[in-house]
Design a protein around this ligand. Structure first.
Ligand code: GLA
Length: 388
């Protein structure tokens, strides 16, 4: 059954498209990732879920040869010719243009349309508002162009668009979670085989809390691409001794690479982190099965340590928000989540202590950095869907 368009979204869309009959609306969620960070482009293990917070994309056909796009929350409107797609430097617009290029590559001739976008997904928080944009747009465009692409086609199109048009060498974690997300389930996937399993979330006395640093350091895409390149260089060094290893995630243990001559210490550290992180994901899955949340929490702290020290994608603000809970028994574990350099920490928190923990984080963070941290309790929602 298709979900109902919420009233607040309907109202916004109707202002642009009053009494429109030939309207298509799709929504797609942001995501969390419990563990398995930066492993996706190394063909490793990930454990994401889609969150109950959506981006909405509405589209209608129009006369002419222009594509008109309204970013409602930003109160911005852009117009591009159907035969004139080019990088604009405006992120939201480029995400959509990248997708349109992918449709062209499939043989679709672009025709005029008007679309509007509105979103509940926090931007820059590390919950992948960009995947929500891609996936909602793709679902709507798939209907509009009558391309009948399946869910995996959409995941790969978004990934190719990010890689080729936007120049971000990201993996498929975000799109996968946004498209395949299922209410109250985690998605455990091996990014090499793309085989995944849905794991139901058992009722427990613990819950998940995101704390947004509200900072974004460095140019994420260039620092991100640096990590991808360092991993590729590390792999090339390993392959000189182990030619059968195709991905860093195929390395069984850190011992196996102790004799490798890496290009530099960074490359060695990146490789070690990836090997250790895959092992942590396996342990986390075991701990979840046994409902051993203490162990899950420890693995989160270890994951953060790895991301901060060996992979070097954390920042002072994230480290601070993780450290603040180290002695607090109501928080079993905490780590930075997503690409890094800002965004959110993910915390495993005792339900009874939720409000105290939120206050503690916000007070301490404000005192240290003079910035308000935003707390977002996690609810696992349904993946991308057509609504109309
Ligand atoms: C970003 C990328 C993903 C993934 C994560 C880190 O969200 O888009 O592909 O690499 O960072 O796990």
């Amino acid at each position: 059954m298709r979900p109902k368009v919420p009233d607040h979204v309907q109202e916004k869309i109707e202002k642009i498209f009053p009494k429109e009959k030939s309207l298509t609306i799709a929504r797609a969620p942001g995501r969390i990732n419990l563990i398995g960070e930066h492993t996706d482009y190394n063909k490793g293990l990930v454990l994401p879920a889609s969150i109950d917070s959506y981006l909405y994309f509405a589209i209608r056909p129009i006369e002419g040869d222009q594509i008109i796009l309204h970013a409602l929350d930003r109160e911005e409107t852009k117009s591009i010719p159907c035969d004139g797609l080019q990088v604009s430097g405006i992120a939201w617009l480029d995400y959509i243009q990248g997708l349109l290029v992918e449709f062209q590559k499939l043989g679709v001739t672009l025709r005029a349309f008007e679309c509007c976008i509105t979103s509940e997904v926090p931007i820059g928080a590390g919950v992948s508002s960009s995947a929500a944009l891609d996936c909602a747009a793709l679902l709507a465009l798939n209907t509009f162009f009558e391309t009948e692409l399946d869910a995996w086609d959409l995941v790969h199109m978004s990934n190719r668009s990010n890689n080729n048009f936007l120049g971000i060498k990201s993996g498929i974690l975000d799109q996968f979670a946004s498209i395949f997300g299922t209410e109250n389930h985690l998605l455990f996937m091996d990014c090499a085989s793309l085989v995944y399993k849905k794991i139901p979330i058992a009722e427990s006395e613990f819950t998940w809390l995101l704390i947004n640093t509200n900072v974004n350091h460095s140019h994420l895409s260039s620092a991100y691409n640096d990590r991808v390149n360092e991993c590729q260089s590390a792999l090339a060094s390993i392959q000189k001794m182990h030619p059968n290893i195709e991905h860093l995630s195929e390395v069984q243990s850190v011992n196996q690479i102790s004799n490798i001559q890496f290009e530099n210490l960074n490359c060695k550290n990146r490789a070690e982190y990836i090997i250790e992180e895959n092992a942590r994901v396996r342990e986390f899955i075991q701990a979840l099965k046994q409902e051993d949340f203490t162990k899950c929490g420890k693995l989160l702290y270890q994951c953060h340590q790895g991301l901060s020290k060996k992979y070097e994608v954390s920042c002072n603000e994230l480290d601070f928000l993780v450290d603040v809970f180290k002695e607090d028994t109501s928080v079993l574990g905490s780590r930075m989540m997503g690409g890094g350099f800002g965004g959110c920490t993910l915390n495993l928190v005792h339900k009874d202590a939720m409000s105290r923990v939120q206050e503690k984080a916000q007070e301490a963070y404000k005192m240290e950095f003079g910035i308000d941290a935003a707390c977002i309790p996690v609810r696992i929602g349904q993946g991308a869907q057509l609504m109309i």
